[in-house]
Ligand binder design. Structure first.
Ligand code: SF4
Length: 339
C-alpha cells in the first residue's frame, strides 16, 4: 500500500465531470517518485492525455497555471492546499494525506509538554485529516488545545511562509506534528515560543530551540556582513504566489535613502549560479519565498536577506525585534506588498 492517499478515484471522477481532455500533473519533489504510476493510472481510466510537469515545485505558490494555459484543460496538483490566488485554469488540489500512524508520537510528546498546559497544535497538509484525532489525544491528557484557521491555510496548518493560523494564540508552547525542521523553525522564529516536534517518521520527539538558536546566529552574521554592503540586489520572483514587486520598489527606495545603491532583479527560480553573475553586488534581498534567505543561506557566497533583515541592516529595526518574513494576503486574494 502507498504511504500517501492520492485519492485517484476522486481525481478521476473530477476529470470526467469536467470533461478534461488534456491534463497536467504537478508534484512537489518528495512525491515525484509516484508521478509515473499515477499518470499511468489516470490515463488508463480516463480518455485524457496526461503529462507530468518535471520542474521543481515547492508549494501552491508555484502552480504552473500560467505556463499551461491553452495547453491543458486542468492541472492536478498533489501535496499542497490552494492559496488565495486566482489560478488561470482549473486546478484540482490533492492533499496526499500520509497514512503514517501519529498516535504514538503524540503520546510520546506529552513528556516534553510537561509544564505547558495551553498548547498550539500545528501540522502540515499531509496530516490535516488526523488533526482532530491529535487534539483529542492531547485533551484526554488534560491539555487545552488551541486551533485557528489561517488566511490561506486550514485550522492548525502552517506553510513555510504562512503562520496566520498560529498568530497570537494564547499558548505556552506549540506542538508540531510532522517531519523535518523546516516548519518548526518557521513556527519558532515567528512565535518565539517553545516548539516541540513530534515526528512520526523518525519516531522521535525533540525541541527545535537549539537548531533555531544556531540559525539565528547565522542570520545575525549575515546581517553584520550585509551592513558593509553598498550595492544591493533585490530579487523578485515571477512565481504568482511569491510575486512582491511593489515591496521590492519600496525596499529599493529605503536602500537609496540610506545612501546606498540597489537594483531589482526579476527571476523565476533563484539559485546560486544565477546570482553569481552579479559580481558588483554585495548582498541580496529576497522578496520571493521567505525561506530562501534563511534555509539556503549556506549555498550562497554573498549574504541573502529577508526584507525585515534589511531593515535591521539599515537601522530601521532593532535585532531584538527580529521578525519572520511571511507572504500575506488581503481579502481580495492579493499578496500584501509591505513588511
Ligand atoms: S513561498 Fe516558499 S514557503 Fe511559501 S508556499 Fe511557496 S515554497 Fe512554500
Amino acid at each position: 500500500m502507498l504511504n500517501y492517499d492520492f485519492n485517484i478515484e476522486g481525481v478521476i471522477g473530477k476529470i470526467k465531470k469536467l470533461n478534461a481532455a488534456k491534463i497536467a500533473l504537478q508534484f512537489p519533489e518528495g512525491l515525484k517518485v509516484h508521478a509515473t504510476s499515477i499518470a499511468d493510472e489516470i490515463e488508463s481510466k480516463t480518455n485524457s492525455k496526461v503529462i507530468i510537469l518535471g520542474d521543481a515545485c515547492y508549494g501552491a505558490c508555484d502552480i504552473a497555471d500560467q505556463e499551461m494555459m491553452n495547453l491543458v484543460d486542468i492541472i492536478v496538483h498533489f501535496g499542497h492546499t490552494p492559496l488565495p490566488l486566482n489560478y488561470k485554469i482549473p486546478v484540482i488540489f490533492v492533499e496526499a494525506y500520509s497514512r503514517i500512524n501519529i498516535e504514538d508520537s503524540i503520546k510520546k510528546s506529552l513528556k516534553n509538554l510537561d509544564g505547558y498546559n495551553n498548547i498550539g497544535l500545528v501540522t502540515t497538509t499531509q496530516h490535516l485529516n488526523v488533526l482532530k484525532k491529535m487534539k483529542t489525544i492531547l485533551e484526554k491528557k488534560g491539555k487545552k488545545v488551541f486551533l485557528k484557521k489561517g488566511i490561506g491555510t486550514s485550522e492548525g496548518q502552517v506553510l513555510g511562509c504562512n503562520f496566520s493560523a498560529i498568530k497570537n494564540l494564547p499558548v505556552d508552547a506549540y506542538l508540531f506534528v510532522g517531519s523535518g525542521n523546516f516548519h518548526p523553525l518557521g513556527i519558532k522564529l515567528f512565535t518565539k515560543k517553545p516548539v516541540i516536534i513530534a515526528d512520526p517518521y523518525m519516531g522521535d520527539v525533540r525541541s527545535i530551540d537549539e537548531f533555531s538558536d544556531k540559525i539565528l546566529r547565522v542570520r545575525f552574521a549575515k546581517i553584520v556582513k550585509a551592513s558593509e554592503a553598498n550595492n544591493f540586489g533585490i530579487v523578485v520572483s515571477s512565481k504568482e504566489g511569491q510575486f512582491r514587486l511593489e515591496l521590492a520598489y519600496h525596499l529599493k527606495e529605503m536602500i537609496q535613502k540610506s545612501g546606498k545603491k540597489a537594483v531589482i532583479i526579476m527571476m523565476n527560480s533563484i539559485n546560486p549560479t544565477l546570482l553569481m553573475a552579479y559580481r558588483e553586488l554585495d548582498a541580496f534581498v529576497i522578496t520571493a519565498c521567505p525561506r530562501i534567505a534563511i534555509d539556503d543561506a549556506n549555498m550562497y557566497e554573498k549574504p541573502l536577506l529577508t526584507p525585515q533583515e534589511l531593515e535591521v541592516v539599515l537601522d530601521k529595526r532593532d535585532w531584538s525585534n527580529y521578525e519572520m518574513d511571511e507572504i500575506k494576503y488581503d481579502e481580495n486574494k492579493n499578496i500584501i506588498n509591505s513588511i
